[in-house]
Design a protein around this ligand. Structure first.
Ligand code: COA
Ligand code: AMP
Length: 623
């Protein structure tokens, strides 16, 4: 099969193309309307189907010969634990967890926040919600209490599911005090907070809303799968936009299952029964799609790894997991490959393990830089696949389609659009650009299955933020170009979103936090290039007059403030006090020019600049 043939099949008849992919899944009732449009002009896939994601990923396999196959392998170097769940065991645990949620009054459409570390109970909780038709919202464990509070207020969950702690290498991070503090900050008060006690820390469960997970599950009855519609929501996942308020990206059950099932073979060339490992976190979209849902929908074994690429215990950790569990495809962020490369430049630790089972490396979260690509290629002689995608889509927009036709790779390019995505490069007047011309990367509507159909509780934000820039297109927020061979190059965000160690963060949000400090007159945060994490936030602040504290004291306070409000994951560690910020005559801060100067890129002095000397001050800091 050729890529072009597959892509043409989609272009000629998207509905027939996706109907064919949907036939591979067990529906309670197949959709009559493959693609429909609602009263707001938004497209939905498989809206009138009847289904249950938990049934498709678990029960169906138990009933069809995979009951004793490994479904989930938990490998935790930080607790020295390994445990395998068969499909039957996982289904049974999920059904009991769903029974517990049912006992707490959770029904179809209710929201449940899951704030958990990388333990099997996180995946069990997600599937338990899916089983009841409840909508989960997983919040990454590295976020601080105020971030959790914003999500509690937006999603208004009935229940929070959590664990007593997470483990960052050797550091035990207690979750319960964070949750209590978040609930105190939030206006919405969840009815229950269920905590899975881990031996590394025991949470205080004295508040009337607190419940011990294991005790509650021990009293629960297994719950059946509640039939839901294809356009009923499976989850909300918050992601950073340009403002302080995160966007609740929503995912519908039907399209999600179809796109993910299709992707496992078409993109990753993985077959049912294979072991697939996404070394990410359940708090991010990669974790949702490729740790929890896609491998199991496809009848594969997934690996849930509670550890890091390095230091747990060393840079050979990934190779150990691959060899021990016979992993066929590894998916992670470039920052993880870079961390390994830094510690073990000649990949000597990989030679200690038999990793002949591994067939390809997959990478996403940020552009796979050519240096990292070359290191992987030189040391492992395996295909390396750069996937471009976003929380909003839930699966890759562009990739080398390993299960369809393997194209020659061009380092720095995510290869070609995945069938389903009609990707165009547009200028500011929505005119399509030709080869090697850089512009906005947009996707012609309708978007394929799995992509968001609104922002939770904010249709206007969805319409203006994503559909408002280019009429008839979804605007990705990334800029890039096609080369003369039709290869897509994604060059980075055109807005204030940055990617730090594969974590998507908003510089606008950091500015809002810093700007509230008493000593600050004004500020700007930009993403500076970083060898390990891809980008690191860097703050520039102008102090008010008559400030008594020293610049060092204020910088330390700002760093602590961002950590307290967003979390350690923001990696905000660099602040410069400057006499003024470069601005246009109309007062717009020249963030892009500052970023270009700081990253040593070419830049043009804007004709509208207020005072060109202000740029020299930034240049001097860089020097
Ligand atoms: N809970 C609590 N804290 C967390 C956390 C979590 N789940 N995840 C990260 N943090 C903390 C870290 O401990 C660190 O704290 P520190 O500033 O006190 O040291 C801080 O947040 C920044 O974390 P990170 O950016 O991950 O940096 P790191 O130096 O700890 O690790 C890597 C660097 C490359 C090893 C790490 O980023 C990594 O493994 N990345 C994989 C990428 C990935 O999973 N991306 C997801 C999308 S695919
Ligand atoms: P997230 O929603 O956290 O997955 O982040 C999505 C953003 O990460 C995209 O809009 C891009 O800016 C960036 N990104 C993800 N994958 C890639 C990639 N393969 N190449 C370039 N940028 C990427």
């Amino acid at each position: 099969m050729s890529y072009q043939k597959e892509f043409d099949a989609f272009k000629q008849n998207p509905e027939a193309f996706w109907k064919k992919q949907a036939d591979a899944l067990p529906w309670f009732k197949e959709a009559k309307n493959i693609l429909s449009e609602d009263e707001h002009g938004i497209h939905h896939w498989f809206a009138d189907a009847e289904m249950n994601t938990s049934y498709m990923a678990l029960d169906h396999h138990v009933e069809n010969g995979r009951a004793d196959q490994a479904a989930l392998i938990y490998d935790s170097p930080v607790t020295d634990t390994k445990r395998t769940y068969t499909f039957r065991e996982l289904r049974d645990e999920v059904a009991l967890c769903a029974g517990m949620l049912k006992d707490l009054g959770v029904t179809k459409g209710d929201r449940v926040i899951i704030y958990m570390p990388m333990i099997p109970e996180a995946a069990i909780a997600m599937y338990a919600c899916a089983r009841l038709g409840a909508i989960h919202s997983v919040v990454f464990g590295g976020f601080a209490a105020p971030e959790l509070a914003v999500r509690i207020d937006d999603a208004t969950p009935k229940v929070i599911l959590s664990a007593s702690c997470g483990i960052e290498i050797k550091r035990v991070i207690e979750y319960k005090p964070l949750i209590d503090s978040a609930i105190e900050i939030a206006e919405h008060k969840p009815e229950h907070c269920v905590v899975f006690q881990r031996p590394q820390a025991t949470a205080d469960l004295s508040h009337p809303r607190d419940i011990d997970w294991k005790q509650a599950v021990s009293k629960a009855q297994a719950a059946d799968c509640t039939p839901v519609r294809g356009d009923d929501l499976l989850y909300i996942l918050y992601t950073s936009g340009t403002t302080g308020k995160p966007k609740g990206v929503i995912r519908e059950n039907g399209g999600h299952a179809v796109a993910l099932k299709y992707s496992m073979k078409a993109i990753y060339n993985i077959d049912p029964g294979d072991v697939y490992w996404a070394a990410s976190d359940v708090g991010w979209v990669v974790g949702h799609s490729y740790i929890v849902y896609a491998p199991l929908l496809h009848g594969c074994t997934t690996v849930m790894y509670e550890g890091k690429p390095i230091m747990t215990p060393d840079a050979g950790a990934f190779w150990r997991v691959i060899s021990e569990h016979k992993v066929r495809g590894l998916f992670t962020a470039p920052t993880a490959y870079r961390a390994i490369k830094k510690e073990d430049p000649n990949a000597d630790l990989a030679k200690k393990y038999d990793i002949s089972c591994l067939e390809a490396f997959y990478s996403a979260g940020e552009r796979l830089d050519p240096a990292t690509f070359e290191w992987l290629e030189e040391n492992f002689k395996l295909p390396i696949v750069d996937n471009w995608w976003q929380t909003e889509t839930g699966w890759a927009i562009a990739s080398n389609m390993m299960g369809i036709e393997v194209k020659p790779v061009k380092p720095g390019s995510a290869t070609v659009p995945c069938p389903g995505f009609d990707v165009r490069i547009l200028d500011e007047n929505s005119k399509e650009l030709g080869p090697n011309e850089q512009g906005d990367i947009a996707v012609k509507l309708p978007l394929p299955p799995s992509c968001l159909t609104t922002v939770w509780g904010d249709l206007e934000r969805f319409k203006t933020g994503y559909l408002g820039t280019h009429d008839g297109y979804y605007t990705s927020g990334d800029g890039g170009f096609y080369d003369e061979d039709g290869y897509l190059f994604v060059m980075g965000r055109v807005d204030d979103v940055i990617n730090v160690a594969g974590h998507r963060l908003s510089t606008g949000e950091m500015e809002e936090i810093i700007g509230k400090h008493d000593a600050i007159a004004e500020c700007a945060v930009i993403g500076r290039d970083d060898e390990l994490k891809g980008q690191m936030p860097t703050g520039f602040v102008v102090l008010k007059n008559d400030i008594e504290s020293s610049e060092d004291e204020i910088s330390a306070e700002l760093i602590a403030l961002v950590r307290e409000k967003i979390g350690a994951v923001a990696s905000f560690k660099e602040v410069y006090v400057v006499p003024r910020l470069p601005k246009t005559r109309s007062g717009k801060i020249l963030r892009k020019t500052m970023r270009q100067i700081f990253n040593g890129e070419e830049y043009m002095v804007p004709s509208t600049i207020e005072d060109p000397n202000s740029l020299d001050e930034i240049k001097a800091l860089k020097a």
